[in-house]
Design a protein around this ligand. Structure first.
Ligand code: PLP
Length: 445
C-alpha cells in the first residue's frame, strides 16, 4: 500500500498536550469541534502546516481537508501570503488608527463582490452579529429569521437551532431552541426559525410576521449541517422577503471567495441587501467583514446611529494576508475550475469506493466543498437539516478514524463540509482515494 502512513502513528505528544490543555482550557480546546468528541480519539496538536499537509506534534504528516475550516483556499504557508505578512510585520502589528491596507482591501472586496461599502471586523461571528444589528437599526424592526441547521457564529440571537459543532454536542448544550445554555429565552424569542429549502414555510412565515421582520439571514450554500445546496424555488422565496421590507443577509463567511470570486451569491445569481464574510477574506488571519448597499451601510457609526467597533479591526497583518490571498485568487482565473474538478473527482472516487465496499453514502458537493453523508439515499437528495440528521454518525466516526489512521485528516464531524485547496493535486487525490477505499472496506466488513 502507498498509504501516507505505513502504520498508525504515535500520538504521545498530542496526548500529553491534550492532558495539559484540559487542565487549563475547557475541554482542552479553544473551539469545540477540535476536541474530536463526535468521532472519539485524541485530537492532533498541530506543529506546522504547509501546502495540503499538516504536521502534528509527534511529527506525523496528514493530508488536510479542513484548511482551518475554510480560510486556506491557497493551501498552507502560501508564499504570497507569507511574504505579504512578513513585509507588514516590521511596520508594527496594530495601530488603532486607519491605514492604507484597509483601504486597499475594502476597494478590492467592493470591486470583486459588488458591495458598495464594507466594514472590517475580526471574525465571522462579529460580521453576522453586526449585520443583524444594522438590519434592526435600518428597518426599526426587531425579529430576525434563520434556518434550521445553519450556523452563523456564536452571538446570542444566532444560537437558535444552529448547526456546526452544535449538531454533535447536543448532549452538553441541551434542548433545540436555544442551542446553548446561557442564551436567554428572551433573546431566542427574537429569532424565528424556518426550514432550509422549504419555500412554502418561508412564504408562510413572511405572510404571518413579515412586517415585524428586520432580516432573513441564510447560508447561500450550507456548510454547517454538512453541505446542503439551495433549490431554485427556495432562492426565489428568499428574494421575496425583500418585498416585505426585510433585509436579505447572505452569510458568505464560508462560501465567500470559495465558490467563486463573488462567492455563492455570484454563482447562484443572488442579490442580498447585506453580505457577511470571514475565513478566506483574512487569508488565515482573523478577519471578518460585512457590506452591501451604501444606503444601508451608512447607518453604521460614525456615519450612522448603529454602533459597531473593534480594537483590532483592520489589523495591518490581517489586512496584508487578506489582500495577498484575494489578489492571488484574482490572478488565477482557472483556479476555481481546478478546485471543482478535484472535488468532482473526489466525489466520484468516494462513490465508487463506498459502492465496492457495500457502504451506503450520499454525496453533496459544490465547488471545493463536499460532504459524504452516511445514508442510503441518492446523491444530491439531502436538502434539509432534517434529511442530514438521518445520517449514521457511528459509521461516519469509524470511517473518519480509518482515514486518519492512514494519514488523511477529514473534518471530524458528519455535519461539516470538507475544504479542498489549490495545493490538492493528483497525488493527494490518489492518496485520499486509497485511504478511503481501505476505510470503507473496514466499515463494510
Ligand atoms: N457563518 C458561517 C457560515 C460560518 O461557517 C462560521 C464559522 O464557521 C461563522 C459564521 C462564524 O465565523 P467565526 O468562527 O469566524 O466567528
Amino acid at each position: 500500500t502507498t498509504d501516507l502512513l505505513a502504520a498508525p502513528a504515535a500520538t504521545t505528544r498530542s496526548e500529553a498536550l491534550f492532558a495539559r490543555a484540559r487542565a487549563v482550557t475547557p475541554g482542552g480546546v479553544n473551539s469545540p469541534v477540535r476536541a474530536f468528541r463526535s468521532v472519539g480519539g485524541t485530537p492532533r496538536f498541530i506543529a506546522k502546516a504547509d501546502g495540503a499537509y499538516l504536521t502534528d506534534a509527534d511529527g506525523t504528516r496528514y493530508l488536510d481537508y479542513i484548511g482551518s475550516w475554510g480560510p486556506m483556499i491557497l493551501g498552507h504557508n502560501h508564499p504570497a501570503v507569507r511574504e505579504a505578512v512578513a513585509e507588514a510585520l516590521p511596520l508594527g502589528t496594530s495601530y488603532g488608527a486607519p491605514s492604507e491596507r484597509e483601504v486597499l482591501l475594502a476597494e478590492l472586496v467592493t470591486r470583486l463582490t459588488g458591495a458598495e461599502r464594507v466594514r472590517f471586523v475580526s471574525s465571522g461571528t462579529e460580521a453576522t452579529m453586526s449585520a443583524l444589528r444594522l438590519a434592526r437599526g435600518f428597518t426599526g424592526r426587531k425579529y430576525t429569521v434563520k434556518f434550521r441547521g445553519n450556523y452563523h457564529g456564536h452571538a446570542d440571537g444566532l444560537l437558535v437551532e444552529a448547526g456546526s459543532g452544535l449538531l454533535t454536542n447536543a448532549d452538553t448544550l441541551g434542548a433545540a431552541a436555544p442551542s446553548s445554555a446561557g442564551v436567554p429565552e428572551d433573546y431566542a424569542r427574537l429569532t424565528l426559525v424556518s426550514e432550509y429549502n422549504d419555500p412554502a414555510a418561508l412564504d408562510a412565515l413572511m405572510a404571518a410576521r413579515g412586517d415585524e421582520i428586520a432580516a432573513v439571514i441564510f447560508e447561500p450554500v450550507v456548510g454547517n449541517a454538512g453541505v446542503l445546496i439551495p433549490t431554485p424555488d427556495f432562492l426565489a422565496a428568499l428574494h421575496r422577503v425583500k418585498d416585505r421590507g426585510a433585509l436579505l443577509i447572505a452569510d458568505e463567511v464560508m462560501t465567500g471567495f470559495r465558490l467563486s470570486l463573488r462567492g455563492a451569491t455570484g454563482l447562484l445569481g443572488l442579490e442580498p441587501d447585506l453580505t457577511c464574510w470571514g475565513k478566506i477574506i483574512g487569508g488565515g488571519l482573523p478577519v471578518g467583514a460585512y457590506g452591501g448597499r451604501a444606503e444601508v451601510m451608512d447607518f453604521v457609526s460614525p456615519q450612522g446611529p448603529v454602533y459597531q467597533a473593534g480594537t483590532l479591526s483592520g489589523n495591518p497583518l490581517a489586512m496584508a494576508a487578506g489582500l495577498a490571498t484575494l489578489k492571488t485568487l484574482e490572478a488565477d482565473p482557472g483556479l476555481y475550475a481546478r478546485l471543482d474538478a478535484y472535488t468532482a473527482a473526489l466525489a466520484g472516487g468516494l462513490r465508487a469506493a463506498a459502492q465496492e465496499a457495500g457502504v451506503a453514502i450520499s454525496i453533496n458537493h459544490v465547488g471545493s466543498m463536499l460532504t459524504a453523508f452516511h445514508q442510503g439515499v441518492p446523491d444530491g437528495s439531502i436538502r434539509t437539516y432534517t434529511d442530514a440528521a438521518r445520517s449514521d454518525t457511528a459509521a461516519f466516526a469509524h470511517w473518519f478514524q480509518g482515514l486518519l489512521a492512514r494519514g488523511v485528516y477529514w473534518a471530524p464531524s458528519q455535519f461539516e463540509s470538507i475544504f479542498v485547496s489549490a495545493a490538492h493535486g493528483d497525488e493527494e487525490l490518489g492518496l485520499t482515494l486509497e485511504a478511503a477505499q481501505a476505510a470503507y472496506a473496514s466499515l463494510g466488513a
